[in-house]
Ligand binder design. Sequence first.
Ligand code: PLP
Length: 386
Amino acid sequence: MNTGFSTRCLYGAGNTNNIETTGAISFPIYQTATYVHPAVGESTGYDYSRLQNPTRQRVEEVIASLEEGIDALGFSSGMAAITALMDLFKPGDHVITDADLYGGTIRLLDHVIEQRGVLFDHIDCSKDNIEDYIKENTKAIYIETPTNPMMNVVDLRKAAAIAHEYNLLLIVDNTFLSPYFQRPLTLGADIVVHSGTKFLGGHNDTLAGFLVTKRKDISEQLRFLIKTVGSGLAPFDSWLILRGVKTLPIRMEKAQKNAQEIVTFLQNEPKVKKVYYPGIKGTKEYEICRKQASGFGSMLTFEVESPALAKHILQFTKLIPFAESLGGTESLLTYPCTQTHADVLEEIRIANGITESVLRMSVGIEDVEDLIDDLKQAIDSYEEGV
Ligand SMILES: *Cc1c(COP(=O)(O)O)cnc(C)c1O
């Protein structure tokens, strides 16, 4: 049955009648490490939970159906997923990445994977000509769009065309928009990466990561890696993601609506110098984003007048927590220069625009008036010199 996105959030692509023999509407948590073999040479299909577990398999099927891939693999965190992914590359291989990536990804690539001999070039994939950086040993292009935190938008169809002309993999971290708004595999990407901790889980209560692909050869290589390196998603955490994903569409819609109202509020605040959000009409980001995504999401970044004001806002919001992470029901304010991007070289950080006056906001599903009131009182109390 060819079902719609919201239906697949509940049932995956499968036939609901076959889901579970007891008829439990909530998929059970198979909290088991191993499985009894019926006889020598026979298996129930499950041998050991590092390889496969029914609850993990269930969430993998749902995520694969949402991203329109042939396979999805669940990992214990986004970073565990990216680490396993990097095992696809050998010493001497070269990978082109965007300079503006999640800080933890940059730390992994530059401080761990590069030591194994994989070479990286970090460029601005939204502006630079990617082809100029392709070498004989280039194997892949790794991007996020919109980027974290500066919200640059990379043209996915263009990047896919280049990747395939040179026989490279296009890998897209789709955490920020989630498959509800953007499905890179349908635009030519080979592998999609997720921090399932964010919008997929959606409740700021568990870590998870996913790799999704539409290529059988890559799925086989990744299946070999997940069973070998052992960073698969645990049964209970798989269940939390299954539960979170059920409400993905309505959370994404509500959070986006809130974000758009906050963007308008911030644009009218004299002490806010610039707002970065792909849904702002008239910007280059808007024009590219609307062609490849069905929405602009609920992540926004804004630059205020001074570092002192940025710090004041973080300290004086009464409702919005100052915390890392994003994509959950609760809004969060993040200070990229000391949190997500603290380990990025200062000169690179500044060149990417992540100054001490820049704040990132993950907009949640609260009443938007409360969020705006909170931001306003934090900004205004600075004005009064409190
Ligand atoms: C958070 C994040 C990651 C890392 O995921 P974890 O689940 O925290 O390990 C990777 N990419 C992006 C875009 C993220 O926001």
